[in-house]
Every structure is written in C-alpha cells, then in structure tokens.
Design a protein around this ligand. Sequence first.
Ligand SMILES: [Zn+2]
Length: 350
Amino acid sequence: MKQTIIRAGMETLYFSGAHHLMRPLFGGVGCILTFHHVRPARADAFQPNRLLEVTPTFFEALLRRLKRKRIDVISLDEMHRRFITGEFGRRFVCLTFDDGYKDVLQWAYPLLKKYEMPFAMFIATSFPDRLGELWWLALEAVIAQNSRIGLPIHGEQRFFDCARSAEKRELYDALYAYLRSMKSDTEVRRTVRDLCACYKIDIASLCRDLCMDWEEIGRMAEDSLCTIGAHTVNHPMLRKVADDATVRAEMEQSRAVLHAALGRRPEHLAYPVGDPTSAGAREFRIAAELGFKTAVTTRPGVLFKAHRDHLTALPRLSVNGHFQRQRYMKVLMSGAGSAVWNGFRRVNAA
Ligand SMILES: [Zn+2]
C-alpha cells in the first residue's frame, strides 16, 4: 500500500514535470545515494528485504546516465572539501554501499571500475569478523522456512500461521515493526536470537554467506576509487543503546579495527539503520567529537550548503529496489521527492 502511494507520488512529480521546476529550489548542491545489495533479481515470492537490492542492469543504467549528464561523481573526501571551502561547481553525487556485501564486489565493483566512479563502502567490522547478526535477514529466514511460528509478544506466547507467501509477507512486516518498536537494541537481538535457536536458523551463516571477508575488503580498499568508512562494530541502532560510552566505543572501535586491518584510518561514518529512531543528536555529537569528517544517516534528503554545519548528520537518498526506474531516480535526485517528504525543510538534523 505504502509503495503504491510512493510510486504514485513519484509518477506525479515526474510526469507533471514538477521535479524540473523544483530542482533549482530543492535540488541543493548534490546528494549521497545509498545502496545495499546489487545482484540479479530472484523469482521467490517472499522477499521482504527486496527494497535493499537493485539489479546490475539498473545500476549500470544509472552510472551511464550520471556519466552522460556530466554530474560529478565524487568521493566523500572531495564532498567534505567542497563543504569546507564552499567551492561548489557542478552538482555532485556520492555513491555509498552499506554493510559490505559480497554481491557489491561481484556485480557493482566491476561497473564502478568500468565507469571510473569513486564510491564508499561502510563496513560493520563484526561482519568480516563473522560475528555479526544480520537480524533482519534471520527473521526473513525463520519465516521463509516455517509454516507456523510461535513467539512471546509483550510476554504472552502467540502463534502465527505463515504457510502462504501472502501470510509470510504480512507476518514479516508485523514482526519487523514489532522489533523496530522495541526500546533497546539488545532486546531486538535477544528476540531474534531466540527465534533462530527455536527454528534452527544459523544466524552466523548469513554473515559468512553474504558479507565480504577481510581479504575481499582489503582488495577493494586498495583501489583508489574506494573509500572505506566505519559502520560500527556490531551494527546496533545506536539511539537504542542506553549508555554514551558504548555508543562511543562502537564508533571508535570499528574505526580502529578497520585502520589496523587496512592500514588507513576511516574518516567517514554511517550510522547503522540510520533513521531518526537509530541515530539522533547524541550520535551526531559523538561522531563529531571523535573527529569523523562526515557521518551519514538514512534520513531522506539532498545536500544544501547549510549542511556544512551538520556534517555528522547528513541525509542520503536510498535507492529502493521497489522503484527501479531511471525516472524515479530523476525525481529523487531533483530533491523533489524528499522536499515533499520533509515538508520543504532543508536541514533535518535534530
Ligand atoms: Zn548497515
């Protein structure tokens, strides 16, 4: 339902030409795009995390268009330099990939090299250490492999039928929303860990199968096109972590581990999950205190000169797998979509 509304909104902005009119006002100086997976589409009916992946064909068409449009595709360091010096020429785009999935190495990286486009990868260090918990994918696996699931909700044991694909989708959305409504990140993990134990899902195998190992990350990091950024150690929703010391340690330790493993100290950070329930004023302050040049959220938005004063609370535009059309990208990057979303407010860093 929500997707239908968003799609209708994007189509309206595109076909009315409103995005053209809005770009000078809401297009800002540039934008940062967020990707997770780049891989060929699969046929499965139950793919609740499909929004996190785009196909190599779509990805290449986007790179080709960026090249043709003569939009500057720049590194995070260059973006930072432009903010500090105030030298904004042509509009720019930064390409960022979160979590460090193998499919990015396999499918996106060859294309990035072919078009000579700089990009950044944000690595949660527990993933290549093979200790990470990809809990949103573990939840998907539990539901995919079972036809009925029992789970204590608010202390009461409940059962859910999920034999059919439609039931699986509905249950995933409900349980995902339930987990995201929890007050602490520890509670989310405990709940998913219990589910995995109960339904014999090996949560560690997700990390092994999907995430790059240190050797693969090292190979990419050697390329001058690639910037490696920090993404914490354990990928927690930082705002749901009670004490400041742990938040600080998550950021600081991931930077130290990446520095030790790759020989270069990361200067940029991405907050895990990155929406307002996962990263807020405290996180923005701590990232600045730790000396990160920039830190990015997943709050939707393009960049304005005024973001110079909020370099550890930068918005990004998530490239959503449900909307793989170049015309949606035009609307997104014109700033029209996020301007509507943000009520025409330019900076949202509180
Ligand atoms: Zn992430």
